[in-house]
Ligand binder design. Structure first.
Ligand SMILES: Cc1cc2nc3c(=O)[nH]c(=O)nc-3n(C[C@H](O)[C@H](O)[C@H](O)COP(=O)(O)OP(=O)(O)OC[C@H]3O[C@@H](n4cnc5c(N)ncnc54)[C@H](O)[C@@H]3O)c2cc1C
Length: 424
């Protein structure tokens, strides 16, 4: 039974999107995409544009997963800093990885413009240094971005300039990236869905894939029908384990929570974030926040290592917001919601193929831009040009040890260690 969208600020302000029927009966397609978030929608849309007959099955509603619930932060690059990429992969491979990842923002912009997607797009992302040592690391990172990656959209913001970007307490400067930004995530997903439909993709909601079988011509079984296809794309991110147990070992579903305050009015909202950029912190367990188009503060933060959601999500996130902005003490919170982030062991995304089944997941909290690109790289590979897809597929992502029972406790232990390190 399809679940409605999580009761978030985004669901309350979603653009109209007609319910799509569940799949009934057997059908055939060139490509069957499983999952209706950014990865699946982008793969389906780009494949339909390339002339393939595409069917997409979504277990719930289009944009039901992380794509309809996230912080809306468009963060260029990958979870690893530029110097870390160079150190681990060498200069040449790091440059190639970075330059491909850096195209993601242009791809998202292109989709928004070309399909007229109304999703409150705003420009600018700021990574705030939570410690002086983080700011020093950022200065080294900027040098690497400038001289090794040839990337000129980022600039250092000195500690004494930070208040011009964001008025929160306790930051020591940071990096402002004019190629970053923010958007209304669910409306972006629904806009991709609408564009896919217009391009001829057959969309089915309330249609979970329950089994993928076959080699050369795989088949996707659903409760009331099946799709046989030349290629299958698995785009289920944090839920991948439900459709492919082996792939599920590569991501840990981690719960993350957001709140939206009452509208603050333009003056009060801009006093908090004068730049109107998306803000995220240098901490491992970070706060991230931004203003909505109607001047609410949308704030994500907090650490929660048990699978059960907090009874009071607003009460759980509120202290983190109030510690960043003491002037918001007691402010009304209109919406509070959570979602599952697909996190890999080393925070690099996991791309690959098993015969004619392609997959991309595990963006580890930085998937708003990369997932749109991932969908397009999958289509590019299916069309026979696989260099860019293969480079991402070569990233050294390992499965979590210990199977489903042990991997959560091990992960919790790891997260607690990083959370402790944040406080030192
Ligand atoms: C609370 C939260 C905040 C985040 N904030 C940010 C942020 O600010 N910036 C950023 O870059 N990233 C952020 N992320 C991560 C980002 O949202 C994801 O990386 C991205 O949306 C992944 O897109 P996806 O299409 O791969 O997965 P999803 O959007 O999760 O889509 C997967 C879809 O597959 C469907 N599905 C699952 N199983 C099946 C099945 N068996 N059959 C059919 N369909 C199935 C699900 O219903 C779902 O709709 C955040 C994530 C969360 C949860």
């Amino acid at each position: 039974m399809a679940e409605p969208h999580a009761p978030s600020y985004y669901a309350a302000t979603a653009n109209p999107f007609p319910a799509q029927p569940p799949l009934a009966g057997s059908t055939a397609a060139d490509i069957c995409v499983v999952g209706g978030g950014y990865t699946g929608l982008s793969a389906a849309l780009s494949a339909a544009e390339a002339g393939y007959a595409v069917t997409l099955v979504e277990a719930h509603r289009i944009g039901w997963g992380a794509s309809g619930r996230n912080g809306g932060q468009m963060i260029p690059g990958m979870r690893w800093s530029a110097p870390d990429l160079v150190e681990r992969f060498g200069r040449e491979t790091a440059q190639r990885l970075f330059s491909i990842a850096a195209t993601a923002r242009a791809r998202v912009n292109d989709r928004i413009t070309r399909h007229g997607i109304a999703c409150d797009l705003r420009h600018g992302h700021f990574t705030a240094a939570c410690k002086p040592a983080d700011f020093e690391a950022m200065q080294r990172e900027l040098e690497c971005l400038d001289y090794v990656m040839g990337y000129d959209a980022a600039q250092i913001v000195r500690p004494d300039q930070t208040a011009g970007i964001v008025a929160a307490e306790g930051y020591h400067g940071g990096i402002y990236d004019s190629a970053g930004g923010h958007l209304h995530p669910l409306n972006y997903a629904l806009g991709l869905g609408e564009a896919a439909r217009a391009a001829g993709v057959r969309l089915y909601e309330d249609t979970p894939a329950i089994r993928i079988t076959g080699g050369d011509r795989p088949s996707v079984a659903t409760p009331r029908g099946s799709v046989s296809a030349r290629y299958v794309v698995l785009a289920c991110d944090a839920f991948m384990g439900e459709v492919d147990a082996d792939l599920g070992r590569y991501t840990m579903p981690v719960a993350n929570y957001n709140i939206a305050t009452v509208p603050l009015g333009e003056d009060r909202a801009r006093a908090l974030i004068p730049s109107n950029a998306a803000i995220s912190e240098s901490r491992f367990v970070l706060n991230y926040y931004r203003l909505s188009a109607d001047n609410r503060l949308i704030f994500g933060g907090g650490e929660k290592y048990t699978p059960r959601p907090p009874r009071d999500v607003a009460g759980f996130v509120r202290p983190y917001m109030e510690s960043a902005f003491p002037e918001l003490q007691g402010i009304g919170i209109d919406h509070a919601w959570g979602g599952l982030v697909g996190v890999t062991m080393n925070r690099l995304p996991h791309f690959g193929r098993k015969g004619n089944v392609f997959y991309a997941h595990g963006y580890s909290g930085q998937g708003v831009l990369l997932s749109t690109l991932a969908g397009e790289l999958i289509t590019e590979a299916m069309r026979g040009t696989s260099e860019r897809f293969d480079l991402f597929a070569s990233l050294p992502v390992k499965p979590f040890p210990g199977g489903p029972l042990l991997r959560h406790p091990l992960y919790v232990a790891g997260m607690l260690w990083y959370a402790l390190r944040d406080r030192l």
